[in-house]
Structure formats: C-alpha cells, structure tokens
Design a protein. Structure first.
Length: 107
C-alpha cells in the first residue's frame, strides 16, 4: 500500500506529480519525524514529474540541516530517471547526487 512506512522505509504512492505532490510532501515529513535515516521506496511504475524531483531535493537539503538522511531504496529508474534526464539533472550531477539518485552508477 502506498504511503506505508516501516521503521525507516517509506513506500511512496504511484502518483508523484504536481497534482499529488502535497500528499507526497506530507508523507516525507511524517517519515522524517520518527527517524534520522529515511529510506524512500519509489514504485517502478511511478508517475513522477519535475515536482517530485524538486521535492526530494528540497527534503534532502532540509534533512541534512537537521542531521538526518534520506536515501532511495533503489536507483532512479523509469519515469523518475526520464525526468532527471529531461530536467538536465544528469548532465550536471555532483557526486553526492549521483550516489543518491543513481547509487553511484554512470549512465
């Protein structure tokens, strides 16, 4: 079930676009309330757009300021990877972002 969380893992819903980004934001904030390290699981068939990438980037920075960490369970794939590519994120990705989004892989 989407939005489900185990101790440190948050399973995101399939809809991760501008229409549903407020709900995704709430889920991330709730997930970070109870842990210092949150693992985010994005469904393989996620309907993700640039708003999701921006939300994750903002949450990563905010979490870091609170000495917390957000990681992806799996490297970006599918529509998330396509969105990173279309948004130009892959061409100017620093090492920390490459480790986060791609788990260090080169494309």
């Amino acid at each position: 079930m989407s939005g489900e969380a185990t101790k440190n893992t948050l399973v995101m819903p399939q809809a991760l676009s501008i229409r549903s980004i407020s709900a995704a934001h709430s889920l991330l904030l709730q997930g970070l309330e109870n842990t210092d390290t949150l693992i985010v699981e994005v469904p393989d068939d996620a309907d993700a757009d640039l708003s999701f990438v921006q939300l994750i980037e903002a949450c990563r920075k905010s979490a870091a300021q609170d000495n917390k960490t957000i990681t992806l369970k799996d490297a970006a794939d599918g529509q998330v990877l396509q969105t990173l590519r279309r948004g130009g994120f892959l061409s100017r990705m620093d090492d920390a972002s490459r480790r986060f989004w791609l788990h260090g892989k080169d494309l």
